[in-house]
Every structure is written in C-alpha cells, then in structure tokens.
Ligand binder design. Structure first.
Ligand code: SF4
Ligand code: SF4
Ligand SMILES: [Zn+2]
Length: 637
C-alpha cells in the first residue's frame, strides 16, 4: 500500500495552474500537462470550495465594500476558502489563484467583513472607486509608516471610518494597503501603511466549470480513491470482524459510505441521532436511505440536553460531555447488543479537521466503545479532495453545506463557530430560543452576565488568549459565582509528616449529595470499609490509606508525597464521577470483570471488582471532573 506523507509534515499550500486557471491537488495539471504553482495558505491548509451560500456571502461582502464592478469581475469564478487563525470564522479567500483577502465574522456586530490582502488591493484597483490617493513627495521605505491627512486625497463620495482597510494608490503606480486610524481627519498619523506592492495583479479571463476542475485533478483523484479502497479491503481482511460505516450526514462520512460500498456489499450503515441534529440532517439521512435503497440504522439518544445541562452546565469545546452522553453511550449500547464479538467501523475522520485529530492513528480501538475497532480511510485527505471526490461521483450531500456550514454536527455544538450558531438561529429560531434562554439563566445564576453569552464565552472552560483579551476590554466577568450546591474543594492542608505513615494530606470536598452510595462505588479504587463511629469510609489505594468523611473531609496518608497527592486527586475525581453519573452505561460495558451493574437506577459495583480503576478512564464524568471542581489548590500543595 502506497504511504502518503503525514499531513503534519506537509507545508500548507494549494497548487494552481495559472494556464488553465484551476486549483490542483498535486503538482501536475491533467488539462495542460503543466506544473501548478504553490499558493501559500494558512495551516493546516484544509482549503475547500465555497458552496452556494458561501459564494453569495463572499461576493456580497466584497462588493458591498468595493462596489458593483468587483461583483462583475468575480461572479461565476471558483472561490476557494481556507481556515485561518481568528476569533471566530476566519477564511482566506482565493480566486484565480490569488489570495485576495480574509472573510471574517465579527462576533460583536454578528456580521461578516472582508479584509483585502495586498494582492487583493492590487487586483481590485482597476475595478473600484473606493481607494485613497496618496500625494507625491514621500520618500524612503514606506511600509509600516504613517500618512498624515494632508498626504492623502479621499475621492468625493467615498466615506471612510476609523478601522477601515483602504487600497492606497501612490503616484508612481504602486499599490498599498492601509488602515485608517482614530481621528484620521485631523491627524498626522491618519493611515498606517500595512503593505505595498509594485506587482500588477489581474484576475484571469478564464472561468472554469466544476467539471473542468475535476478533469484537471483526475489523476490524483484516481490515486487517492484506489489507496483508500485498498486500505479498506486490507483492514477488513486483517480485522476479520463484521463491518459497518458510521454515517453522520456530513461530507466525510458520505465519502466513506461510497468507498466502502465499492469494496464490500456486506456492511451496515449506522447513523447516530443525538437528538441535537439539524432537521436538515435527519431529512438528508432519510433521503439517502431511499436513494441508495440500503437500510440506514438510526440509533437514537434518549437523553435531553437541557436536563443534562442543568447538572453539567452548558457543554464547551473543552468540556464536551454531550458527545459522550448523546453519542458514545447509544453507540456503545448498540454495538454491545448487536456486535457481541466486536466490529470494524469505518469513519470519516480527517487529520486536517482539528489538532486533536491530527494525532490519530488510521486504525484504533475506541476506548469508550468496547469491541469497536475504528478505521479512517480518508484520514490524510484534505477538504478539497473530499469535495472533488463528491462532485466527481455526483453524490448528493447535505443541504446544510449550501447554507453556509463548513462542518455538520449538532445544531448547538460548542465546537462550532459563533457564525454557525447565528446561522442555526436563522434556520431554527425556536430551538435556538430555548437553548439561548437556558444559557442566559445559567449565566445569570453565576453572575456571568448577558455579554458572556452573547459573545459566546460559554463555549469554553479554559479561554483562549484572544477571548481573554476581549473579556478584559469589555469588562466581562469570567469567574462564576456559584450560588447553588455545586462542588468545590474549599480547604486543602499541604503534605505534612505524620506519625503512623510518613506523610498526610487533607482536603474538604463540598457538595457531596449521596455519601452513603460512596461506600459502594469507591470500591473501584480500593476495598472500602465503613467505620460507623467515625462516620468514615476507608480504603487503601495505590499504597495510600484513604479516609472519606460524611462532612466531605478527605484524608490521605502515604509514604510518599507524590502518591498522597495523586490519591487525593483520584479520590475527588472518582467521587465526582459517581455524583454526576448520568447512567450512560459505558463503564458497565468496559469492565472486564462484569462487576458493574445497575441497581435502583444507579451504578452498583459488585464483589467481583478488583479495584483496578480502569472504568474511571472510560467514564466521561470522571474525564471532565476537573471541569466540575477546581482542583488547582490540590495540585499546588
Ligand atoms: S473496571 Fe471493573 S474491576 Fe476495575 S475498578 Fe471498575 S468495576 Fe472494578
Ligand atoms: S459512572 Fe458509568 S454510567 Fe455513570 S457516567 Fe460514568 S461511565 Fe456512565
Ligand atoms: Zn493546466
């Protein structure tokens, strides 16, 4: 099997044949036989074609800024978008192999704006009246310098505001890109020159339909299809397990469905309806079932997001408990019941999608779904490869892509963008209203305020630098003041020498609701005994003596400082696991000793438990326990 280079080691560029005016997936253009030129794009370089709504949005946003003539110049052209770093949706826009600028969503104004690149400024120059003339007499290296208001002429009828990006036209014909500064009408520093070029940049006279672009990339498409099909064939043979396809209703899993269909007729297609799917996605899956005349097994989650969110708080990018409760739990149940000897699942995961996915292996065992081996045939594919494959096969894709969504997930997915959340509001106002009301109530009960919700801070537990800067600028409180009975570690006394063991560490965990139950469930850490006179549970875990008191007081004694600290953290996290358990049932399937069962609608640890603690690792409430209770004080001791 031919190995492809790991995407993490590949430079980020898109190739372009300027002769034929087509984007290329490899060096060679299959139309003219010539070589494409590399256009540098932002990492990871997952460029995609702009579909219906995105095309309209790009053309509209540019022409609103630079006039109707630009619209005529770029109308009908293939537009390529590529994700770039930014606060929310930020896309580099490439037309005719020219990176003309950036389309970005403004989370304050809730609308898109276009920022031209220097190449964009040069390409737009002949089509737009919206530019600033620079008077003569300026000398030296100008990039990075300021122009005074007396140095510039703003054409009649053109209105500029501070913060606007402007095309600058110099007397020697050079083009510049500048930004207007506050109070520019009276300033010595009216416009900052951000960049300059002497180059004459022109849009191409050739406009190609999609069929031509596919033809130009035919050779590469054939190679990647063959490689992925060979991988599927070999993986099926090696696994020797029944095969299924995880179909999400998104473009990547659509490719997988098509590829697997070409290799084996014997595979089941499974669609997980999280209950949070866009109605368009559910309808699309129904349509696909009819079209392909193949049953698509719909596995539904029975959980209600808002009920769960009352306990966990809203899900966040770094706190996606919803994936476990609404997706993994029903999958684990379905696979457990229907594939008792395990299965091989083909999924559409791609490295370019996110940094966490960049580290994935092509074949892996799902740690949350016992018995399931997952395989990712298009792990190395880029978005443009996926789309050209879909177009070349004439596959029907989810209509949401034509409505401006770049990825398809749950409609309120915290990993999505604020721009997509706004789009979801437009499409499904009632769903949005209910969830937004919950967010406002949740934020209000923690003194987090409306701006916290409006600007999308609820999407994070740990905020990125840019969001922290916004919070500082806009004076948004990010520290929740909890009024209810949530969990907290209120006092920790450091590791100190003690008489019977070498060291002891103590802490108080507030908010424990069901102390009695801990007597059973803490068995996952060690064999628990109950001391009635002291009102304490005791067990030995990793060589430490652990006592948990009904007051929430936890005491660890150990021969080593590090072990004492580790045992305290493990005990707190395990308590949180069971206190916030949502009965997803994954741990029961994970336990090799079959020691976990459900008694009185609660998880019960049976006598066969060997206290190995492995079930902790499969549980999402354990995984996210440090998001529920701040453990930094424990870690600091
Ligand atoms: S995985 Fe099973 S045996 Fe191990 S701690 Fe959990 S319940 Fe006990
Ligand atoms: S303890 Fe078990 S049932 Fe409860 S949330 Fe964790 S994995 Fe699911
Ligand atoms: Zn060519």
């Amino acid at each position: 099997m031919k190995k492809r280079t790991d995407s993490r080691n590949r430079p980020s560029y898109l190739r372009w044949c300027y002769e034929c005016n087509v984007p290329l997936l490899r060096k060679k253009c299959d139309l003219c036989g010539g070589k494409g030129i590399a256009v540098a794009i932002s990492s990871p370089g997952d460029a995609r074609p702009a579909l219906e709504e995105d095309r309209l949005l790009t053309v509209r946003t540019i022409s609103e800024e630079y006039g109707p003539q630009i619209k005529r110049a770029i109308k009908g052209k293939t537009i390529i978008l590529n994700k770039a770093p930014g606060i929310d949706r930020t896309d580099e826009v490439i037309i005719d192999g020219i990176k003309i600028g950036i389309l970005e969503f403004d989370i304050f104004e809730k609308k898109f704006r276009f920022i031209p690149s220097i190449e964009g400024c040069a390409a737009f120059d002949r089509f737009t009246k919206r530019k600033i003339m620079v008077k003569g007499g300026l000398k030296g290296h100008l990039k990075g310098k300021h122009l005074s208001y007396d140095d510039i002429i703003i054409p009649k009828g053109q209105v500029f505001e501070a913060g606007d990006y402007a095309i600058l036209l110099f007397p020697d014909g050079n083009i510049g890109k500048g930004i207007l500064k506050d109070g520019f009408q009276h300033s010595e520093k009216a416009v900052k020159i951000l960049d300059m070029t002497k180059e004459d940049v022109c849009f191409s006279k050739i406009t190609n339909p999609m069929e031509k672009i596919i033809k130009a990339n035919r050779g590469h498409l054939n190679i990647i299809e063959k490689e992925a099909s060979d991988f599927i064939k070999e993986t099926i043979e090696a696994a020797g397990k029944p095969v299924n396809v995880a179909f999400s209703g998104g473009k990547d899993s659509l490719v997988i469905l098509e590829l697997v269909k070409g290799v084996t007729p014997r595979s089941e297609t499974i669609f997980i309806d999280t209950g949070l799917e866009f109605p368009e996605t559910v309808a699309y899956v129904g349509m696909m079932q009819k079209k392909t005349k193949k049953k698509i097994r719909c596995v539904r989650s029975t959980k209600d997001l808002l009920t769960e969110a009352e306990v966990f708080g809203p899900p966040a990018k770094d706190y996606r408990w919803c994936c476990k409760t609404h997706k993994l739990a029903p999958v684990a149940e379905y696979i457990g019941l229907n594939y008792p000897d395990g299965c091989l699942t083909f999924e559409g995961k791609r490295r370019y999608e996110s940094f966490s996915r960049a580290l994935s292996r092509r074949v892996d065992n799902n740690p949350f779904v016992p018995g399931q081996t997952s395989a990712y045939p298009i792990l190395e594919w880029r978005s443009l490869e996926v789309w050209l494959f879909i177009f070349s096969k004439g596959l029907r894709y989810n209509s949401l892509y034509d409505k401006g969504f770049e990825r398809i997930g749950c409609w309120m997915c915290p990993a999505g963008l604020d721009s997509e959340f706004e789009k979801a509001k437009e499409l499904h106002p009632e769903k949005h209203r209910k969830f937004y009301k919950f967010l406002l109530g949740w934020a209000d009960s923690r003194d987090l305020g409306k701006k916290y919700v409006r600007l999308g801070f609820w999407r994070w537990k740990s905020y990125p630098k840019k969001m922290l800067e916004i919070a500082r600028d806009k004076e948004i409180n990010l520290v929740p003041h909890v009024k209810g009975s949530e969990y907290s570690v209120s006092s920790v006394s450091g590791v100190v020498p003690c008489h019977d063991r070498k060291f002891s560490i103590e802490a108080v965990l507030n908010g424990i609701k069901d102390f009695e139950r801990l007597g059973n469930v803490l068995n996952v850490l060690g064999s628990v005994s109950y001391s009635k006179d002291m009102g304490a549970l005791r067990f030995k875990s990793s060589g430490c003596d652990v006592s948990v008191f009904a007051s929430g007081h936890i005491m660890i004694k150990s021969d080593s400082k590090a072990d004492a600290k580790r045992a305290l953290i493990e005990t707190v996290r395990t308590i949180i696991r069971f206190e916030t358990c949502n009965m997803c049932g994954i741990c029961a399937r994970k336990c090799e000793r079959k020691a976990i069962s459900v008694v009185d609608e609660k998880i019960h640890i049976g006598a066969s438990c060997t206290h190995c603690g492995k079930c902790n690792r499969s549980c999402q409430t354990y995984t996210y326990s440090e998001k529920v209770v701040d453990m930094s004080r424990v870690k600091k001791v």
